[in-house]
Design a protein around this ligand. Structure first.
Ligand SMILES: Cc1cc2nc3c(=O)[nH]c(=O)nc-3n(C[C@H](O)[C@H](O)[C@H](O)COP(=O)(O)OP(=O)(O)OC[C@H]3O[C@@H](n4cnc5c(N)ncnc54)[C@H](O)[C@@H]3O)c2cc1C
Length: 439
């Protein structure tokens, strides 16, 4: 897991996957909003840039600091919860794994979560981190109030409405300011039953439409070139905590099978890339099936210990069938040396200017490559394929977006830019990576 201590001591910065590295001049850990404002004020005077890093779990260089790196590791925890409305205000540096147990004490939970919980709340919101469920949105969609320090060091609080600032803050990549406080609309505490099953590709595709409407969460893992798909379905059940026995069994499956075995076969593939064909078959068959039950925050996340690179795109939901058929037929002959699965999820449409869903119900399709194996050909194919289906990349995942493409696929980008210029007139949040994407 990302260690803030190491990062501050060495001043060397790298993301979780290790594919992005930085060498900031200073790494700072403010303790409160006042200190943060002072840092921003001073940085602006010195014409330097600032990047806030959450848990550094983004694959793209969006969190890479050039001059000054800031972490909100010391600005964490619950500030306030309104038990009548379920609105909970947290400090931006709070890790997602801290949120579930805190909310549960008050009888509340996050409406949805992704498949890990190591990210910070602000970092996850800044990129539109999502889980799965066609009626549910990303973490950004759960925000009702943003508290942020802008590029001049001024603190603002903004309540969500149908206005340009709300649509810009919805997914802001840290370009409008540093999110210090966030109020989230939570839901009453709930439990989930998670069923993991094997389907053939064709039987799964036949029932996809029905399945995503009938179940709260549906997720697929499709191993390249394999006939079989792992289908994960999660539905709400009366409150039950995960039993110690179930947790122990799950930990064994996660550590030994999903991570241990995966690491061993991945190392085989790295040394002998031709092995990816049979390893995909083996991995698809070895994925455990079964049922687990527990509180939502116990069931959503799984440990991801084997490092990989990832691209993920949102495509309009109605194009999912056609796109998956094309993926299936292309990968049948195993043209790429890849054994990590393709992950398919859904979300509702969101209005944020930079939301990859652009208001439409979407399917998110994620492509992974074991770290240390060449991803170039595979990811080049993914990029071409996804443009064909009007895909928009997840901002936190690898992509080759250019400014021209952004203007084409985000019709409201200029409105985002107006807000960005208003709140960061001196461009102190515009690092080298963003210079290419911004006016
Ligand atoms: C193993 C793994 C699994 C993942 N699973 C999922 C998943 O299920 N669903 C999904 O959608 N994504 C997933 N991701 C991607 C991840 O959720 C996003 O990249 C997320 O942004 C990472 O959060 P972070 O705290 O690490 O932020 P970072 O990666 O550190 O930063 C992300 C962005 O947020 C900005 N930022 C950070 N803190 C602040 C702040 N306080 N104020 C303003 N801006 C800030 C950064 O400057 C940067 O632009 C996964 C990534 C990994 C490595």
């Amino acid at each position: 897991m990302f260690s803030v201590k190491d990062w501050v001591d060495t001043r060397k910065w790298q993301n979780w996957a290790g594919n992005v590295k930085g060498n900031p001049m200073q790494s700072l850990l403010p303790h409160d909003t006042k200190q943060l404002s002072n840092i921003i004020w001073n940085t602006q005077k010195q014409h330097k840039t600032i990047r806030v890093t959450g848990a550094a779990h983004s694959f793209s260089p969006i969190a890479k600091p050039d001059d000054i790196a800031i972490s909100l590791h010391n600005i964490r925890g619950l500030i306030d919860i309104n038990t009548e409305t379920g609105e909970a205000t947290f400090w931006g540096g709070t890790y997602l794994y801290e949120i579930g147990p805190i909310l549960a004490q008050f009888g509340f939970a996050l409406a949805n979560m992704g498949d890990i919980q190591e990210q910070t709340l602000a970092g996850a919101i800044a990129t539109g981190t999502h889980g799965t469920g066609v009626t549910l949105g990303s973490l950004s969609n759960q925000v009702v109030m943003w508290g942020f320090v802008d590029g001049l060091g001024n603190y603002h609080e903004h309540t969500r409405g149908d206005d340009d600032l709300s649509n810009a803050l919805h997914l802001s990549l840290g370009l409008l300011g540093v999110l210090v406080k966030v109020t989230i609309k939570t839901v009453p505490l709930y439990s989930l039953k998670c069923q993991s099953m094997h389907y053939s590709f064709h039987s799964a595709i036949k029932v996809w439409d029905k399945m995503i409407r009938e179940h709260r969460h549906v997720e697929w893992f499709y191993f390249p070139g394999v006939e079989q798909i792992q289908v994960k379905i999660m539905d709400q059940i009366p409150i039950v905590k995960q039993s110690i026995k179930s947790r122990t069994v799950e930990e064994f499956k996660n550590n030994v099978i999903e991570n241990g075995l995966l690491y061993i076969v991945s190392e085989v593939c790295r040394r002998k890339p031709n092995a990816t064909k049979w390893v995909s078959q083996l991995a698809a068959k070895s994925i455990p099936t079964g049922v687990i039950k527990g509180l939502s925050y116990e069931i959503f996340p799984s440990p991801r210990k084997v490092k990989f690179l990832e691209m993920e795109y949102a495509i309009p939901l109605e194009k999912f069938h056609e796109c998956m058929e094309e993926i299936y037929f292309t990968l049948k002959s195993h043209p790429f040396k890849v054994h990590f699965p393709i992950e398919c999820r859904t979300t509702c449409g969101e209005k944020g200017f930079l939301s990859p869903t652009q208001t439409k119900e979407s399917a998110f399709i994620a492509f992974h490559m074991y770290k240390g194996m060449s991803e170039k050909n595979y990811f080049r194919w993914v990029q071409t394929l996804m443009s064909k289906y009007n895909g928009r990349p997840h901002w936190g995942k690898m992509n080759q977006l250019t400014k021209e493409q952004i203007l084409e696929i985000y019709p409201k980008y200029s409105l985002f830019q107006q807000m960005r210029k208003k709140y960061d007139p001196e461009n102190i949040f515009v690092t080298e990576y963003f210079k290419k994407l911004i006016d």
